[in-house]
Design a binder for this molecule. Structure first.
Ligand SMILES: N[C@@H](CCC(=O)N[C@@H](CS)C(=O)NCC(=O)O)C(=O)O
Length: 230
């Protein structure tokens, strides 16, 4: 089945991109610039009405279904970064992107992945897109201050979690939750929050371990950026 990932450098497509590379999937990678206006163009909105990156097109969504939707046999589209990671994990089970179903390790990996996307990533979006939540610079400063403090606390909790059950979020081997943590930790480093991920020993060690993985290094090189951990 043909796979096409629409991605941008160091965006929410990064973790899905690592998963595809780890799975040795054959896929087309289409690079987009989120500042170019392309996300609001009609051809892209048809693929992703949320006007966001990433988008994974699986097969041909126009072929044999109701027309560009998510149903039918011809193909489908996955638009959430964590959902793309999970789809790739299930579609390529030999890649080991998730621990075995029904195990404690699987439950921990899923718990972490969902926390990272619906809590950590959500507050990072507030920090990076704070202007969408307020009217002026004074309000923006307040919003970003709160987001930064909240994020500092989240990485402290993640640090404790890694200390208690590391080295990886799903036990003995790295998987999609680890790639997701590395992605959001890198964004938090760029945000310059007062208590950055690098100030947390176990989060920093985790990032260093991630950077030693060929699938992470290769994806960073393919996207054209380098470590945010110095
Ligand atoms: N929940 C979505 C969020 C995706 C998202 O916000 N992507 C950002 C890039 S990291 C984007 O496309 N931003 C463009 C915009 O908001 O205008 C996911 O995880 O896939």
């Amino acid at each position: 089945m043909k796979l096409t990932l629409f991605y941008g450098t160091d965006l929410a497509s990064f973790a899905p991109h690592i998963c595809l590379r780890k799975a040795e999937a054959v896929f087309d990678a289409v690079k987009l610039d989120k500042h170019s206006g392309v996300l609001s163009e009609s051809w892209y909105l048809k693929l992703n009405p949320n006007a966001r990156i990433p988008t994974l097109v699986v097969g041909d969504p126009e072929d044999g279904n109701s027309g560009g939707g998510n149903s039918g046999d011809g193909g489908f589209i996955v638009r959430e970064s964590a959902a793309i990671c999970l789809f790739v994990a299930e579609h390529f089970p030999d890649a080991g992107l998730l621990p075995a179903a029904g195990t404690a390790d699987r439950a921990r990996a899923m718990d972490s992945l969902i926390y990272l996307t619906n809590t950590v990533q959500a507050d990072l979006m507030v920090w990076f897109y704070g202007h969408r939540y307020c009217d002026d610079d004074a309000q923006l400063d307040v919003i970003k201050g709160h987001a930064a403090r909240r994020l500092g606390g989240m990485f402290a909790t993640l640090d404790e979690q890694l200390a208690a059950q590391g080295p990886w979020l799903g036990g003995a081997a790295p998987g999609c939750a680890d790639y997701f943590l590395y992605m959001v930790a890198g964004w938090a480093m760029q945000a310059g929050i007062p208590e950055p991920p690098s100030s947390r020993k176990h989060v920093l060690d985790h990032a260093r371990r991630c950077e030693a993985l060929p699938e992470v290094r290769d994806t960073m090189a393919a996207e054209g950026f380098t470590s945010h951990f110095g």
